[in-house]
Design a protein around this ligand. Structure first.
Ligand code: NAP
Length: 282
């Protein structure tokens, strides 16, 4: 059984850590500077609190699972200690950012494994995949044997795992942002009721889908801005148009500033959340 470091136990990180604990590994996390929400998730997942130095000294593998905009900073913090174990970045980042993370941690003596997570925080088996790539990926995959997280090798280039995540989220989160923008356009043009009636006739799933998209944008948009920028950079690197995801970043930036009344962010109905998000976009 391994000792694994986890930076940090967000919704996804705590669940991934819980999977490792469920099959007998010890998972260390660093409470310094983290919120009560993170502490609560770490406790529920039975992760072990440790100072940063102890986490570095004891962990043979470290997982970085944090907001994409923090991925390079987290790698620098680990590299500054001279960590020489295995560093797995499982964030939604472009190949260029993954290369940067790899350069930072390998310069300090660590090995790098690229990762990308698709699906909800894993609680039951069959819903979430952790794609892994790079020469050492096969050393990380077995950690998840018998757990609820389906760890798979992404065949192809060294950063295939990040590339799969970029292409996947390009559609899921990109299309959600587009749907919100379409509904905002109809409102701005004074034709929202007519659009909703037309959706009811020809695309009856879109009204509810736009409400779900608004809920996600309000609660997670702050984290998705950087993810959309990483996808836009991936598009540019591939010689593809980057404008879709630059615009999606703008949509999520506006949406996460939606003025949901204080204390009601989780209590508002989907329709109320949609109203505030659409207003914030315009
Ligand atoms: N949630 C999902 O359904 C999902 C699905 C697929 C992939 N992922 C990937 O998983 C990663 C993390 O997502 P998540 O849902 O776990 O996010 P999250 O719930 O927002 O948690 C982020 C964690 O990182 C910490 N954090 C916040 N700002 C930070 C910073 N500047 N530097 C270092 N750590 C920071 C947070 O700590 P405090 O809040 O305590 O400061 C928290 O523990 C992302 O790369 C995402 O793409 C998530």
């Amino acid at each position: 059984m391994a000792t694994v470091g986890l930076l940090h136990p967000g919704e996804m990180g705590a669940a991934v850590g819980g999977c490792l604990v469920s099959v007998g590994h010890e998972v260390l996390w660093d409470p310094a500077g983290r919120s009560r929400a993170t502490t609560g998730r770490a406790l529920s997942a039975k992760l072990t609190g440790a100072g940063f130095d102890r986490l570095i000294a004891k962990s043979t593998v470290i997982f970085s699972i944090c907001p994409p905009h923090a991925a390079v900073d987290v790698a620098r913090q680990v590299a500054a200690t001279g960590y020489n174990g295995c560093y797995v970045d499982a964030n939604a980042i472009s190949v260029a950012t993954a290369e940067q993370v790899c350069a930072v941690v390998t310069a300090a003596g660590a090995t790098y494994v690229d990762g990308g997570i698709i699906g909800p925080p894993p609680e039951a088996a069959g819903h979430t995949r952790l794609y892994l790539s790079g020469p050492q990926a096969n050393e990380v995959r077995p950690l998840f044997n018998r757990s609820a997280l389906d760890a798979r090798i992404a065949e192809g280039p060294q950063y295939a795992a990040s590339s799969v995540k970029m292409a996947y989220a390009a559609w899921t989160k990109g299309s959600s942002a587009l749907l919100l923008a379409a509904r905002a356009l109809a409102r701005a043009s004074g034709v929202e009721r007519t659009l909703l009636a037309e959706w009811q006739l020809s695309q009856p799933h879109l009204t509810a889908q736009s409400e779900r998209s608004a809920g996600s944008a309000a609660s997670k948009g702050w984290r998705w801005v950087a993810e959309m920028e990483e996808i836009a950079a991936s598009m540019t690197a591939a010689g593809l148009p980057d404008g879709f995801h630059e615009a999606a970043a703008d949509v999520y930036d506006r949406a996460c500033r939606a003025d949901v009344p204080a204390g009601r962010r989780t209590a508002t109905t989907p329709k109320e959340t949609l109203e505030t998000v659409i207003s914030a976009l315009m």
